[in-house]
Design a protein around this ligand. Sequence first.
Ligand code: DAK
Length: 261
Amino acid sequence: MSYQNLLLEQPESGIHLLTVNRPKALNALNAATLEELQRAVAAVAADPAARVLLVTGSGERAFVAGADIAEMCGFSAAQAQAFSERGMRVMSALEALPVPVIALVNGYALGGGCELALACDWIIAAEGAVFGQPEVNLGIPPGFGGTQRLARIVGRARALELVTTARQLPAAEARAIGLVNEVVAASALRERGIEVARTIACKGPQAVRLAKQAVHRGLDQNLAGGCAFETAAFALAFATSDQREGMHAFLEKRVAKFSGG
Ligand code: DAK
């Protein structure tokens, strides 16, 4: 599958690395890039051997500096709606991937770029990364789920401050408010992402998928509903060969060899 604005690689077995690659526009998301992102996410979803997806931006300055302002500038309301719907579909598809998705934020993650990172399961940031929802500077509100996901992650008051003031946060502050899990040197970002992905890739693949699904399903409903889903996921794991392998390996004091079955 060929892409003009993305790179989709597999640095190691089961580990996919998606790079938004429009460095001249600081990796801004135009409609063509969103369409390619949709295809790339679908390709990862269709790979039964996938274990983790890492998402980053090319170059040293930006993860993604937002939706493409030059393209959006002349939109009619109908075009804006279609663009927002396309972006929303991409973010939802990313979030719904069965495998963990980790954003490696290497620079500016602004507007649609911050929203792309928020749609990933968690964020590892380079020391110089900058986060923000500056849309109100342009006379628009966020349009790819930023008002919703940001509030769920950092809480109502912080999200409201960020989306109404357009204040940009350095990586250390983003970590302090729970937007970012970990901050590393820029030179170590890719390797740290692969290291975390490797840790996940050697666990029981079905168990990882079920655990991810349970967390997401639970956050969309009340505690009782979430716990009911967790019970079903737990029971389902006992129909897998990986559960038997994992438990026998523990009892036999050896490393488990998971097959994904
Ligand atoms: N779109 C298009 N081009 C961009 C861009 C963007 N978001 N960000 C940067 N660029 C381009 C610049 O125009 C410049 O291009 P040339 O002039 O070289 O051709 C090149 O990237 C380098 O940028 P700068 O020269 O500005 O670099 P600086 O280091 O001086 O500044 C910056 C870096 C990231 C602080 C600055 O570029 C900046 O403020 N960029 C815009 C950031 C921003 O406002 N992002 C939010 C975009 S709005 C919706 C759907 C979606 C959305 C909202 C609603 N609906 C339809 C409802 C989402 C909106 C957004 O994401």
